[in-house]
Design a protein around this ligand. Structure first.
Ligand SMILES: NC(=O)c1ccc[n+]([C@@H]2O[C@H](COP(=O)([O-])OP(=O)(O)OC[C@H]3O[C@@H](n4cnc5c(N)ncnc54)[C@H](OP(=O)(O)O)[C@@H]3O)[C@@H](O)[C@H]2O)c1
Length: 337
């Protein structure tokens, strides 16, 4: 004490794609730790596509507040504690925001992190939103059966790379949609996809048709938008479509006008279900155990796109929507190579 705390504040809403100008740097001094709080020194900050929705002024399941550090998950170490259950030196993950220090109560802390079990950064990637979403949405919504064809969009990303490997373990024919040839190669060479298609190719739908000779039974969809408007026509009767993300839709205000899907849903008797990871907390333990087992046995491959320094956070978020990240995007404030 005191702690000089550099922060990245949300300065303006983004109703389209996020821009660096939506954020401003700031600093504050934390002079003392309140009675019911801890001070946490953040080591890694998470950068997630969902932050675009949180920055929007449109109605969402969660919102970031103007003038406050950008809402973000992070992992860090307790440096001051006035909470009985948290000791100085322990690592924790939670809603600590884009800042160097978080002065928070238990409402912002999600859980403790054991640095002897796995690198602490995994708390905001494999054992955070990304791995948990891949495992729980895959198992609970799509319930893959051997031999089924399973399509995954944003296939090479933080969620998609894990989802692909899980689907492969369930003996599915696994096909990915992604935004570059490099990422399509990564899907096949590293993440076990049987095929991956670059949706920016002129003939991508024809390529997808060829990659799915028996049609698509299950669709783990994180793109939505114009991509799904077309891909959904390749789905089989009684197919299941999990809407896990909408990366291909730049803005929901106004709601974009597009091809209607009702007829194909009716004719093919498709099932559609949405998913928000924060509403599935009862499933976290199973998912964490299963992902941990795969990780420790070396059966799970995972790429990280790590950028250094707090100031790199806004551009890292912009990059997610340029599709230039290769794997999970993290901001390293302190930490191992
Ligand atoms: N529902 C939930 O609870 C939940 C939880 C976690 C994540 N998600 C969603 O899952 C998706 C992937 O998240 P992630 O953390 O794994 O991110 P990520 O895939 O590592 O990175 C985001 C990716 O989105 C794709 N993308 C960006 N702009 C696009 C556009 N205009 N059209 C199509 N694709 C575009 C890009 O991949 P390509 O180059 O391959 O297109 C980009 O690399 C996001 O939509 C995210 O919101 C949902």
């Amino acid at each position: 004490m005191p702690y000089l705390n550099h922060q990245i504040l949300l300065d303006s809403h983004a109703d389209g794609l996020p821009e660096v100008s939506n954020f401003i740097p700031a600093k504050q001094t934390i002079n003392h730790c309140d009675a019911d709080k801890v001070v946490i020194r953040n080591h890694y900050l998470s950068v997630d596509p969902a932050q675009k929705g949180w920055m929007s002024s449109a109605v969402n399941y969660a919102s970031a507040t103007l003038g406050e550090p950008m809402r973000a998950l992070a992992v860090g170490q307790v440096v001051e504690s006035n909470l009985e259950d948290y000791e100085v030196g322990e690592f924790v993950t939670g809603w600590f925001g884009w800042q160097e220090y978080a002065h928070v109560g238990t409402d912002k802390i999600r859980r403790k992190v054991d640095p002897d079990q796995a690198p602490i950064k995994y708390a905001v990637s494999i054992f955070g939103l990304n791995g948990l979403t891949a495992y729980i949405a895959m198992k609970d919504i799509l319930a893959p059966e051997p031999g089924e064809t399973l399509l995954i969009s944003t296939a090479a990303g933080a969620v998609g790379s894990i989802a692909g490997q899980l689907a492969r373990r369930w003996d599915c024919h696994v096909v990915g949609l992604t935004g570059s040839d490099q990422k399509a190669a990564l899907c096949c060479n590293e993440y076990g996809y049987h095929a991956a298609v670059n949706y920016k190719s002129d003939d991508w739908l024809e390529q997808l048709r060829r990659a799915c000779p028996n049609g698509i039974d299950k669709y783990f969809d994180m793109a939505g938008g114009w991509i799904t408007d077309q891909a959904i026509h390749l789905m089989n009767h009684f197919g299941v479509h999990a809407q896990v993300g909408t990366a291909a839709v730049a803005s929901w205000d106004p709601v974009p006008q597009a091809a209607r899907r009702e007829r194909v849903i009716l004719l093919k008797e498709l099932t559609q279900k949405g998913f928000i990871i924060f509403n599935h907390t009862d499933r976290y333990d199973e998912a964490t155990t299963q992902l941990g087992n795969l990780l420790h046995s070396g059966e799970l491959r995972f790429h990280e796109d790590i950028r250094d320094g707090l100031d790199s956070a806004p551009q890292a978020l912009v990059a997610l929507y340029q599709g230039t990240n290769l794997g999970k995007t993290l901001i390293r404030l302190i930490g191992e190579e």
